[in-house]
Design a protein around this ligand. Structure first.
Ligand SMILES: [Zn+2]
Length: 200
């Protein structure tokens, strides 16, 4: 089990990942009717406040393909092996897609919502989808690289700087505490992000 934030489990092979999406898509159609009612029920922490859902920024692959980005319930994202969001391949169309937790997203700062989606988009752009990391260090390097390129993208597009780094760091800590991740894992990741943010 990975201990980093918001992953479709890229430790798995392409085939397993595709299987996860098949599961999530199947579940969606069975449960969509009740989705609105459960909107706030599993947000237990008083630390969360409602910010509202951002308008989803486009994710365009190098070949010009516009990546579909689909919101699902928290339970579907979690049962797909993801947390908050994930990137993978839709087995029905063989196209890359991004999925995100549309129950939790409105309770995350807009800066962090954008960062999370940019991170997943960067996994696609960097060719991480369906590639099994060689080991844990390789996996963490892949995560840091997606974090860093996402931040640099948002720096260029939205002027992200120190303020946004602190907001993102706060939400990494807040959301990862739900998963019971050790503080050291968050600290490592945030340190890497802060180093990246200082790059020109
Ligand atoms: Zn990632």
């Amino acid at each position: 089990m990975n201990t980093t934030i918001r992953e479709i489990n890229i430790m798995n092979t392409h085939a397993v990942l595709a299987g996860s999406f098949a599961l999530s898509l199947t579940l969606l159609f069975g449960s969509i009717a009740g989705a609105e009612e459960t909107h706030t029920k599993d947000i237990n922490s008083a630390s969360y406040q409602e910010f509202g859902m951002i308008e989803i920024p486009a994710c365009i692959e190098k070949n010009g393909h516009k990546v579909p980005q689909r919101g699902y319930s928290k339970s579907i994202i979690m049962s797909s092996g993801g947390f908050l969001a994930g990137a993978g391949t839709d087995p029905k169309t063989d196209e890359n897609i991004i999925i995100y937790d549309n129950e939790t997203f409105p309770w995350l700062a807009p800066e962090f919502q954008k960062f999370t989606l940019a991170h997943e988009c960067q996994h696609i752009k960097l060719g991480d989808i369906g590639v099994a990391p060689k080991n844990r260090a390789d996996y963490l390097a892949t995560e840091d690289r997606a974090d860093c390129t996402a931040f640099q993208q948002l720096k260029d597009e939205e002027g992200y700087g120190q303020k946004e780094v602190e907001i993102i760091a706060g939400f990494i800590n807040l959301t990862m505490s739900e998963l019971g991740a050790p503080a050291s894992a968050n600290e490592r990741r945030i340190k890497a992000l802060k180093t990246c943010a200082l790059l020109p």
